[in-house]
Design a protein around this ligand. Structure first.
Ligand code: HEM
Ligand SMILES: *[C@@H]1O[C@H](CO)[C@@H](O)[C@H](O)[C@H]1NC(C)=O
Ligand SMILES: *[C@@H]1O[C@H](CO)[C@@H](O)[C@H](O)[C@H]1NC(C)=O
Length: 146
């Protein structure tokens, strides 16, 4: 009897975990809210709030395209190894294989044109870009601050 109850509980729990990612799940209001992408156009300033602190979504820009990297929260969330990239244009950091703050452009500045990357650095950025294309959805594009 106890075994049956435990079994039912485990099945329910599994079903719930599986459903929690799906926006159709009628029990999950959180998923619905999170699925709404408010804007397809971002600027360095508007992108910054998606750094995993105040907003549940984590976005990151690569070559002016904005990826939803929320699924990689352990990489980009607060305290994660690549948290610096969250809510930011990560292009130069990816090209240089560095998460140093100096690879990031201040959110009040113009978007980094990447004009001075070497061909090796460009190739590095290319392969990162491919990695993200295969892994994360694109939710918008990055434009200059107003
Ligand atoms: C100390 C050296 C480093 C170690 C041990 C390390 C380790 C790792 C590991 C284990 C992964 C996960 C791979 C996977 O499961 O797909 C990863 C992913 C990644 N690493 Fe590193 N890493 C290092 C340096 C760097 C540097 C310098 C950068 C700067 C650009 C970087 C950027 C990334 C990015 C962007 C990802 C992909 C995360 C994603 O798929 O969203 N890593 N790293
Ligand atoms: C993340 O964004 C919030 C504002 O939404 C800001 O207060 C916080 O300092 C940012 N965190 C980092 C690490 O930049
Ligand atoms: C390339 O340009 C960026 C910003 O435009 C600058 O911070 C960086 O020092 C430059 N790097 C080289 C190697 O010239």
């Amino acid at each position: 009897m106890l075994t049956t109850i435990l079994l039912v509980l485990v099945v329910l729990w599994l079903a719930r975990s599986l459903l929690s990612d799906v926006s159709l799940n009628p029990f999950s209001t959180k998923a619905k809210e999170d699925d709404v992408v408010i804007e397809g156009k971002f600027t360095p300033k508007t992108l910054a709030k998606y750094n995993g602190t105040d907003h549940p979504k984590i976005f990151m820009a690569v070559r002016r395209r904005v990826f939803d990297v929320s699924q990689g929260g352990s990489f980009y969330g607060p305290g994660g190894p690549y948290a610096n990239f969250a809510g930011r244009d990560a292009s130069r950091g990816l090209a240089l294989n560095s998460f140093d703050l100096e690879c990031l452009t201040d959110i009040n500045e113009k978007i980094d044109t990447l004009h001075n990357l070497s061909s090796t650095e460009k190739e590095s950025l290319d392969s990162w870009e491919e990695h993200f294309e295969n892994k994360y959805p694109i939710v918008g594009s990055l434009h200059e601050n107003d």
